[in-house]
Design a protein. Structure first.
Length: 153
């Protein structure tokens, strides 16, 4: 029964809304915080050197303070911030999907825990399915000789 809730799209939307509202609250209060997230879903622009990338664990903690906190924003269901990595402080823009954030932490204490396991389908994949569906639909329509009267010549 719990699995049904954790994988439910509506439950995930509630969790995403809570994550976003809590972070916005912290931005307004100028409260630094950390996020524990799934590194597999995080993107870096520019990409980090392999020597830095291999240091990340599957669950990685990013602490938003100072310059990183000042650059942080929420955009298109992503938490985006600039950060420096490694001994050379290699700069990159980090994008974290809100649902990939498992915890929000202040002073080593989790203030939010996201237990949703719902996976959103990427918009590009949806487009492909829709386009193929339209093509298949049209092919089926044209295959029936009775439908030829509906086609303009």
């Amino acid at each position: 029964m719990l699995d049904n809730i954790l994988q439910d799209k509506e439950f995930a939307q509630l969790m995403k809304k809570n994550i976003q509202e809590l972070m916005v609250h912290f931005f307004q209060k100028e409260q630094n915080f950390g996020i524990l997230c799934k590194i597999e879903d995080v993107t870096f622009e520019p990409e980090l050197p392999e020597s830095i990338n291999t240091e990340f664990r599957p669950l990685t903690l990013f602490f938003l303070a100072g310059y990183t906190f000042e650059t942080a924003r929420i955009e298109n269901d992503l938490l985006i911030f600039e950060a420096g990595f490694g001994s050379d402080n290699f700069g990159s823009i980090v994008s974290v999907p809100l649902l990939s954030i498992l915890q929000i932490i202040i002073d080593e204490t989790p203030v939010l825990i996201n237990i949703s396991v719902y996976k959103e389908v990427e918009k590009e994949e949806e487009k492909e399915v829709d386009e193929n569906g339209v093509k298949n639909s049209m092919a089926s329509f044209l295959a029936n000789p009775e439908n030829s009267k509906f086609i303009k010549k």
